[in-house]
Ligand binder design. Structure first.
Ligand SMILES: [Zn+2]
Length: 153
């Protein structure tokens, strides 16, 4: 129980997958109750300790969000209100940025306004998903589409 408490506090009692609050006192059997998502540590356990990045190896998730334990990779959903084409997998992009830095194309948008909304959402989302990662956004307009990228500074 102590570990869940620690991870919960580190994550601000917010689910790392759906970004919604988690109620610490809710029964662990409730779908909205708190659970530890340990899938993040799977690929990292093989690496040497000093190579470990800033992404914590365990994260707080709702029990209902923390499904498919084992073979499935965790997925951070893109919100419905953002209009995006070809959205990139967010966790994989965050891990690559953390590992080697640089730039990751995240999504294409039909309008500049959509692209700006996506850029703003991504930076806010990443601030909780990968708190140690310092990223900025870039919007490139080509062929009438607006490509939103993340880059490390
Ligand atoms: Zn959740």
């Amino acid at each position: 129980m102590g570990q869940l408490q620690d991870v919960g506090e580190a994550d601000g009692w917010r689910c790392w997958l759906c970004d919604e609050p988690v109620e610490p006192d809710m029964s662990p059997n409730d779908p909205r109750g708190a659970s530890l998502d340990t899938r993040t540590s799977k690929g990292r356990a093989k690496k040497k300790k000093q190579d470990k990045g800033n992404l914590p190896t365990e994260r707080l998730a709702h029990k209902s969000c923390n499904t498919g334990k084992g073979s499935n990779d965790p997925v951070v959903p893109w919100p419905d209100h953002l209009i995006v084409v070809d959205p990139a997998p967010i966790i994989a992009a965050a891990e690559r940025l953390e590992r080697k830095g640089g730039r990751e194309a995240m999504a294409r948008c039909p309008t500049r306004q959509d692209a700006e909304a996506v850029a703003e959402w991504l930076v806010d989302r990443l601030s909780r998903l990968a708190p140690g990662l310092d990223v900025s956004t870039e919007i490139a307009t080509t062929g009438g589409q607006h490509l939103v990228s993340l880059r490390t500074s």
